[in-house]
Design a protein around this ligand. Sequence first.
Ligand SMILES: Nc1ncnc2c1ncn2[C@@H]1O[C@H](COP(=O)(O)OP(=O)(O)OP(=O)(O)O)[C@@H](O)[C@H]1O
Ligand SMILES: CC(C)(CO)[C@@H](O)C(=O)[O-]
Ligand code: BAL
Length: 322
Amino acid sequence: MTTLTTPAVARSREDLSGLLAGRRSRRSPSDRHQSGPVVLVPTMGALHEGHATLMRAARERAGAHGVVVVSIFVNPLQFGAGEDLDRYPRTFDADLEVAAREGVDVVFAPVVADLYPDGVPHEHGASDAVTVQPGHLADILEGAIRPGHFRGVLTVVAKLFGLVRPDVAIFGEKDYQQLVLIRRMVSDLCMGIEIVGAPTDREPDGLARSSRNRFLDEEQRRQAVTLSRVLFAAREAGAEFGLDVAMDEGRAELRDAHGVDLDYFTILSPELTELPAAVPPGTEARALIAARIGSNRLIDNLPITLGPTASAGGTADNTGVS
Ligand SMILES: Nc1ncnc2c1ncn2[C@@H]1O[C@H](COP(=O)(O)OP(=O)(O)OP(=O)(O)O)[C@@H](O)[C@H]1O
Ligand SMILES: CC(C)(CO)[C@@H](O)C(=O)[O-]
Ligand code: BAL
């Protein structure tokens, strides 16, 4: 029988610094060889198997002597007015079980006032708070639909980095634009933290696991698989026939779908810039999709290697139907 050790739970920043202090003092240069890295997995809770893959990667990276910290915090600053902040699932006891199963050392689950002692600095409210302003990459895709979202994400991630001071932080590729922006923040603000991107974990039929999937009813669950179908169809066609055909095949999947209200389907460079008009065979790209199914908004993406007859069409051609 496997014995599970419940992670230490820090409910405030003071708890966290207490829990991490002992470990940090042991990380002196003289005995660094005996200690491993501090590895952080930031989450909003409602943990599922996708999160578990991140924790497993963290445990492996930290080794027996390192520390795995999982943060659970539903960050109000990244939710816009009318979004699903209030109904976002909160399942703390079940989350602790997942963390225990994956060998997490510390769960950091602060309250809102702990991370925002002067209140949540929403754009529309007066505030002296310093927040992280992302570049223009935050204005496209998710940022176009959710203005201010990435300012909220980067601000809270910067706070988590400041509190946990990890050597490594692991994020899912499922939130691909988020991952790109976090890498950019760490680089531009010289944070000196290694950012690891973990592949998207999927249901057997291809649907990307997501905390919000639990809100899908049976019919919506059937419709939700359209997102990954579009991406896999685009990937297969793109590998053989290039970008334009990849877009066509993705769009064809969308035409046959019901109940899927598309926000975007596009293929961009891995850095989320437009692809040039002609790309050489073997060019790496990223297909990205977002859609609403009922009142649920889902996102997904997939890496694509464009094939020998690839020819890029720029924004006009590789922007999806809506
Ligand atoms: N299916 C997945 N595979 C790998 N990583 C994932 C998966 N789903 C989420 N993650 C990653 O887990 C981290 C925490 O994400 P979060 O708590 O928002 O979960 P989520 O399932 O993405 O929820 P949401 O429904 O809000 O999109 C992020 O880095 C995210 O990219
Ligand atoms: C990175 C994150 C934990 C910041 O709140 C969140 O955006 C998420 O769970 O992907
Ligand atoms: N994982 C993305 C968090 C959000 O939708 O706000």
